[in-house]
Each structure stands twice: as structure tokens, then as C-alpha cells.
Ligand binder design. Structure first.
Ligand code: PLP
Length: 378
């Protein structure tokens, strides 16, 4: 099997599991307990927070551990929008993950917010000028993702955040897909909040973190015992936090270049062998291990099945929206027709993938597309 669905999830790395193990077994204390086991757990949590803060270039107190990317996004969007007395206007992009979009929708439905959804161009980029024009005196938050899960496009976050900062508006970015691949220093990016998720970078599912700049007021969403500085109550997932901290410590940004080389080889060879295939997203400003296409005259789901029979595990789009028969909103936002959007297939991978895997993949793509088209023309 060649696993090319790393944007959906990744396996837990051995080093991560080994670092977590003690906190799932012998050192199982509750960090709030005033006993030796509790102190040991609290120390592990403090160290994990320090490591994640080091990775993001922020202060440890600015890291809030969450149950994953979805919760981090919810906390950022709802928590900052509700905590900001400026007003009830919110700006997001047309290609945000559901966690951001549905949070904005919730604020509109239940809290009277007005949401401006910024368009993207045909390769998925948000224009800083469009953002600037959308900002108002009552704008409470801008949320634009760092890199998109379906099309891989990487936004000019530093520039976009600069536009928001000039207007005094907090800026959140969903870096769930980007964090393992692109430098995610919150200082360089100039963002006020940033979400990451463990299972996209070799930690388990169910742990993530939100960075929120110290001076930004944030309204808690989960109330209870006051953990995480009162912003996210609930007994901390100590092992998960240790796993996340270990995983970010293993992020190897220089690897991105060789992975991008394989991505470009895969893109070139697929476009060569399936001449009417359409690359979705930006040709170069995209995640290193992300190649996404539409194959007109097929259905993405059928190509996926044919690929799986040939040992290639890929995805027909976003795993989070899986099970939905609707064409992808992200692809529609690029101006792709609903018929073509139904033919999307995404290949996402990391440094474990070899040149041989890429050759096998493009060969399998050619066969799979031909097989689906053959069936369709019968
Ligand atoms: N944001 C993006 C861009 C994602 O790709 C995902 C997951 O696919 C999430 C948020 C949600 O993260 P989690 O699965 O940790 O809830």
C-alpha cells in the first residue's frame, strides 16, 4: 500500500508514542492533584507547553491545549469574536475549513454577527486588497487559513495579517495543514491566533493547540474547573500534550524541499499522461506534499476505488467533508463547475514517500482514470 492521504491523518510516530507512554501508564496523575503523581503530570504539561511555544515562537502562557484543530478553530473564531467589544462583524475566506465556516455561521445565527466571506481567485488565493476593503470599524476578527486541505494553496499570511493589524483587527489563521511543512512562527506571520492539530503531524487524533496572543481577549467556550488559564476547562490530556510537543519537535522543515520535488514530479507526470486533467490550487504556492486534480469524465469516488485496487490510498477531497455528496465548496469557490468538482482526487504525502512510489502512483492514475472512463462510455 502507498499511503497518499496524509492531509487526512498521519500515523503516530514511534518517538511520539514512546514519549506519551509513561503518562498513559505509571505517571497517570491529574495535573491539578496535589500529590507526587499530580506534580509529575503538571511538570510534563508545563514542558509540553514550553515546547509547543518554542515551535510557534510565542510565550508558553499563550498556548492553549485543545482536543484538536476543530476545537482550536472554534475557540479562536467564537472566543475572540465574542470577547472583542468592537462589534459584530467577522471576515473569513470562501475556502475555510468547516470548523471555521460553521463557527462563523453559528455566530451569525445565534449572536447576530454579519459575516463577510472573501472570494478567492482561480488558484485559491485571497487578495490583501480585497481583505482591506472588507474591514469595518465593527470587525472583530479575520480568519484566513494558512494552507488549504483540499487544494494545498498557501496564503500570503504575513501580508494578510498585516492588513488586519493596520486596522486594529485580530487575525486568526488555521495552520492545521501548514504547521508540519511551513515555518509557523507567529511573530514572523504577525498573527494573533493560530490553530494546530496533532494528528496531521505524527501525534494522535484528539489533541491540538491554539495560540492566542496575550493581549487578545477571548471568551471561553468550555466552562468548568478553570484549566488552561480558565480558557478551556477540563482535565488536561497530558499524554496528548506530550505527544503534540514531541511531534512538533520532530518537524523537519528542510525536508519540505525534497517532498516538494516529488510533488512537482507527480504533478508533471499526471498532467502529461492524462492531458485533460486539471491541477486544482496554486501550481507552486502549495503545500510540499500536496497534489490535487480533477479528472473530467470520471467521478472522484470511482477513481479512488480504482486506485485503491492498485494499492494507492488517496482521497476524493477533504476527509472532514467525506460522506457528503455535495460538490466541494472549495472547488466551486475557484470557479470550477459542479460537474468537474465531482471528479476531484487528492494525493498528500510526507517524507516517507519515495520516487518509486511516485512512479507507481502516476502509472496507477493513468490506469484508474482510463478504467473509469471506459466504464462510463459503455
Ligand atoms: N482545519 C483544517 C485545515 C483541517 O484540514 C482539519 C482536518 O482535516 C481541521 C481543521 C480539523 O482538525 P481536527 O481533525 O484535529 O479536528
Amino acid at each position: 500500500m502507498i499511503y497518499l492521504d496524509g492531509a487526512a491523518t498521519t500515523p503516530v510516530r514511534r518517538e511520539v508514542l514512546e514519549a506519551m507512554w509513561p503518562y498513559l501508564t505509571g505517571e497517570f496523575g491529574n495535573p491539578s492533584s496535589h500529590n507526587a503523581l499530580g506534580f509529575s503530570a503538571a511538570t510534563a504539561l508545563t514542558e509540553a507547553r514550553r515546547a509547543v511555544a518554542g515551535f510557534l515562537g510565542c510565550r508558553p502562557a499563550e498556548v492553549i491545549f485543545t482536543s484538536g484543530g476543530t476545537e482550536a478553530d472554534n475557540l479562536a473564531v467564537k472566543g475572540i469574536a465574542l470577547g472583542n467589544p468592537r462589534g459584530r462583524h467577522l471576515v473569513i475566506s470562501a475556502i475555510e475549513h468547516e470548523a471555521v465556516r460553521e463557527s462563523a455561521d453559528y455566530l451569525a445565527r445565534l449572536h447576530g454577527f454579519e459575516v463577510t466571506v472573501l472570494p478567492v481567485d482561480s488558484v485559491g488565493l485571497v487578495s490583501p486588497a480585497t481583505l482591506k476593503a472588507a474591514l469595518r470599524p465593527d470587525t472583530t476578527l479575520v480568519s484566513i487559513m494558512f494552507a488549504n486541505n483540499e487544494i494545498g494553496t498557501v496564503q500570503p499570511i504575513a501580508e494578510l495579517a498585516g492588513v488586519a493589524r493596520a486596522a486594529g483587527v485580530p487575525f486568526h489563521t488555521d495552520a492545521v495543514q501548514a504547521a508540519g511543512w511551513l515555518r509557523s512562527s507567529v511573530g514572523d506571520l504577525g498573527v494573533d491566533a493560530l490553530s494546530i492539530s496533532g494528528h496531521k503531524l505524527g501525534a494522535p487524533k484528539g489533541v491540538g493547540a491554539l495560540f492566542v496572543r496575550g493581549r487578545i481577549p477571548i471568551e471561553p467556550l468550555v466552562h468548568g474547573g478553570g484549566q488552561e488559564r480558565g480558557i478551556r476547562s477540563g482535565t488536561e490530556n497530558v499524554a496528548g500534550a506530550v505527544g503534540l510537543a514531541t511531534a512538533v519537535g520532530l518537524v523537519d522543515l528542510p525536508q519540505s524541499e525534497s517532498v516538494a520535488g516529488l510533488r512537482d514530479a507527480l504533478i508533471a507526470r499526471v498532467l502529461d499522461t492524462v492531458p485533460d486533467a486539471v491541477l486544482t490550487g496554486h501550481p507552486s504556492l502549495r503545500l510540499p506534499g500536496h497534489a490535487s486534480f480533477c479528472f473530467p469524465g470520471t467521478s472522484g469516488e470511482s477513481v479512488l476505488l480504482e486506485l485503491e485496487q492498485r494499492g494507492i490510498v488517496s482521497s476524493s477531497g477533504s476527509a472532514c467533508a467525506a460522506g457528503s455528496d455535495e460538490p466541494s465548496r472549495v472547488l466551486l469557490a475557484l470557479g470550477i463547475s459542479p460537474e468537474i468538482a465531482q471528479t476531484a482526487v487528492r494525493f498528500t504525502f510526507g517524507a516517507e514517500v519515495t520516487e518509486g512510489d511516485v512512479s507507481e502512483t502516476f502509472g496507477a492514475v493513468r490506469e484508474a482514470v482510463a478504467a473509469v472512463r471506459g466504464l462510463a462510455s459503455r
